[in-house]
Design a protein around this ligand. Structure first.
Ligand SMILES: O=C(O)CCC(=O)C(=O)O
Ligand SMILES: [Mn+2]
Length: 200
């Protein structure tokens, strides 16, 4: 990463997390939100846990280079080809972070009941110590962090703002889990993009 400003660093051990609250200006972020809402093929996917099928508590989409495929729960996922709005955002993020990405996972949290459970971005396709660049638009939601070591009480919390960029690198995925909890507060819809590199 070329922009490791210590004043932007989240102070958690065994991690490399940077948060740039003002990555995009308000007007730019507003424009991206509208375009992403309308120009992405959002899907309501299902997940099967212990033989029971549930709707995912958010809409998702997966775009990228043709070779950026990954297998999850025995299912091979093929990305949709990049569109104009995603390519423009990818270029902004790559120039800022100083790393390249070949795919992006998108999430649309329709309201406070939509969420993302605890997980790490540690799929084997991402390789060791992946760089994950996460851009947020729309309603502010809490991004929580906790160590994988259940005995460790340390917790992290970042309010991910409209137009912000969060970058996770180093050993973050090895030692930490993250998630977006549900909220009872009235919140505007939120779109999040995590740029990733598969097959490095
Ligand atoms: O919505 C967010 O900020 C988190 C998304 C995330 O963790 C993921 O897509 O893996
Ligand atoms: Mn994640």
């Amino acid at each position: 990463m070329s922009i490791k400003r210590e004043d932007m660093r989240i102070n958690l051990p065994k991690s490399e997390i940077f948060y740039y609250e003002d990555f995009l200006a308000k007007q730019e972020a507003d424009d991206y939100f509208e375009r992403l809402k309308n120009e992405i093929a959002w899907e309501e996917k299902e997940i099967t846990i212990f033989g029971k099928t549930y709707k995912m508590p958010r809409l998702t989409a997966w775009y990228g280079d043709a070779e950026a495929i990954y297998t999850y729960s025995g299912v091979t996922n093929y990305p949709k080809p990049w569109n104009e709005v995603l390519l423009s955002l990818k270029e902004r993020v790559e120039n800022f972070v100083g790393a390249s990405f070949n795919c992006v996972l998108l999430n649309l949290y329709r309201n406070g009941r939509d969420s993302m459970g605890w997980h790490s971005d540690d799929e084997k396709e991402l390789g060791e110590n992946p760089i994950i660049a996460s851009v947020s638009f729309g309603g502010e939601r809490r991004f929580l962090l906790k160590p994988k070591d259940k005995k460790n009480p340390t917790r992290g919390e970042i309010l991910l703002r409209h137009g912000s960029l969060l970058v996770m690198g180093g050993e973050t995925q090895k030692y930490w889990q993250h998630g977006i909890p549900k909220t009872a507060k009235a919140v505007a819809p939120r779109i999040n993009l995590t740029f990733r590199y598969i097959g490095g």
